[in-house]
Design a protein around this ligand. Structure first.
Ligand code: 3PG
Length: 472
């Protein structure tokens, strides 16, 4: 084989699948893994009979690549990426290009882009979403860095990405860490929607008394609607129908109720707080995971803090696809997207990313974990008005909010009386009610701040900064 078009380092499941995807799309590949046995196993197994060759050292790997070299790194985020860059840098030549396809913290990517570009190498921080299956069949890809570096990989990633009606699910996102930032926010939205669906499941189980199959039927109904048709709703139905192979019980009921996380949801919330963008639905989802993990404490607290007496919640019926609950789920999913998009909008200004929010809606329509039919509406909203302050005020979304808000109120109120926690649904209601309020009670907060700390306040009736001696 001549020199390979493309190189991949790190034969984890995502790495293996991405290299198989590249090869299937016509690019010959060379792979390197720290453990050579892993490379040999891959080449003898899934990589056999394909235009993929192995390498035994980084020097060997570099020698087998055509120039300029295009190298995708699929290793653990953080120090392992820095270590790999340090080992590769002395071997690279001008114009060679490194791509970090992991979930790196965007500020790390900013630093790496600057360092590598200063040595005349290209560096792309590329968010990749779609899980193992998506990596193989076509993920959504979010590459950031300099545009010229992106252009060097464009033919490759356009073929590798998922394809939807209006093109591949990849686009140049923006400079520096823009690609990894957008992937982080994608994951924050994912946290929100996952928690919303978990809350709907909990209400259907604890309040309506449905079993796994009955709840799965509801999710199946929702997945047939424009507003909720999505990968996450689809897999929720599958999870709920799956039985334990030993005993036949609903498998989800045998899973410990403590959710893990790898960090991107946390980074979304931290960035949002730093940038002054409210993301309460996403934040509630993150807190819900953290609280769920305090399982021992929760179990100990249960008898000390007993639940209120049973209280019925009007969730609707299967005949109307649980209409009020569906309204609540739709609005909380919309709020997750709205908050994520608002965060992208602010980050775009702060970091001069020049993000094209319509294009981001487009590349999330296929391949990624948050792919959903609703993304066409999001794409439309930002195509019509790129400066839209918030998705909630786009006419199509505003109509959804106004029509479905009574259902959300009913569900949140009922859950509160029944003592069933619905953090994402209730945060969504507060978010919408706050966002549509011309006057909020923070005038009193300002008064208190001025009273104890002379922090000053502004007045509604005249310009300027004012202080009052409140305690005299
Ligand atoms: C991933 O990137 O692997 C997931 O989409 C998010 O992972 P988490 O839920 O473990 O943080």
């Amino acid at each position: 084989m001549d020199k390979a078009h493309f190189g991949l380092i790190g034969l984890g499941v995502m790495g293996e699948n991405l290299v198989l995807n590249a090869e299937r799309n016509g690019f010959s590949c060379v792979v390197y893994n720290r453990t050579t046995a892993k490379t040999e196993e891959f080449l003898a197994g899934r990589g056999a009979g394909k235009r993929i060759i192995g390498s035994t050292s980084l020097e060997d790997f570099i020698a087998k690549l055509e120039r300029p070299r295009r190298i995708l790194m699929m290793v653990k985020a953080g120090q392992p990426i820095d270590d790999l860059i340090a080992s590769l840098s002395p071997l690279l030549e001008e114009g060679d290009l490194l791509i970090d396809g992991g979930n790196s913290l965007y500020t790390d990517t900013e630093r790496r882009v600057a360092e590598l570009e200063s040595k005349s190498f290209g560096y792309i921080g590329m968010g990749v979403s779609g899980g193992a299956k998506g990596a193989l069949e076509g993920p959504s890809m979010m590459p950031g860095g300099t545009r010229s570096a992106y252009e060097a990989i464009e033919p490759l990633v356009r073929k590798m990405a998922a394809q939807v009606d209006d093109g591949p699910c990849v686009t140049y996102i923006g400079p520096g860490g823009a690609g990894h930032f957008v992937k982080t926010v994608h994951n924050g939205i994912e946290y929100g929607i996952e928690q919303v669906l978990a809350e709907a499941y909990d209400l259907l189980k604890r309040s309506a008394g449905f079993d796994g199959d009955a709840i799965a039927d509801v999710f199946g109904q929702w997945n047939a609607t424009e507003e909720l048709a999505s990968f996450l709703v689809e897999i929720t139905e599958v999870c709920l129908r799956t039985k334990d192979p030993e005993g036949g019980a609903d498998l989800v009921e045998l899973i410990v109720d403590a959710a893990g996380q790898k960090g991107t949801g946390l980074w979304t919330v931290v960035s949002a707080l730093e940038m002054g963008v409210p993301v309460p639905t996403v934040y509630a989802a993150l807190n819900a995971r953290v609280l769920s993990s305090q399982r021992v404490e929760r179990i100990a607290a249960a008898p000390v803090l007993p639940a209120p007496p049973a209280h019925p919640i009007e969730l609707g019926s299967p005949a109307d696809a649980m209409a009020p609950l569906q309204d609540a789920a739709v609005l909380a999913a919309i709020a997750s997207y709205a908050q994520g998009m608002a965060l992208l909008k602010e980050a775009s200004v702060l970091h001069d990313y020049r993000l094209d929010l319509a294009a981001i809606g487009q590349i999330w329509k296929g391949g990624c974990i948050i792919r959903a039919r609703l993304l066409q509406r999001i794409q439309n909203a930002y195509t019509t008005n790129p400066d839209l302050p918030n998705l909630l005020v786009d006419p199509w979304f505003a109509e959804q909010v106004n029509r479905r808000l009574p259902g959300l109120r009913q569900v949140v109120a009922g859950a509160a009386l029944a003592g069933i926690p619905v953090p994402c649904l209730s945060s969504t209601l507060d978010y919408i009610d706050s966002y549509r309020s011309p006057r909020l009670p923070q005038n009193l907060v300002q008064a208190m701040r001025d009273c104890f700390g002379a922090h000053t306040y502004e007045r509604v009736d005249r310009p300027g900064s004012f202080h009052t001696e409140w305690l005299d």
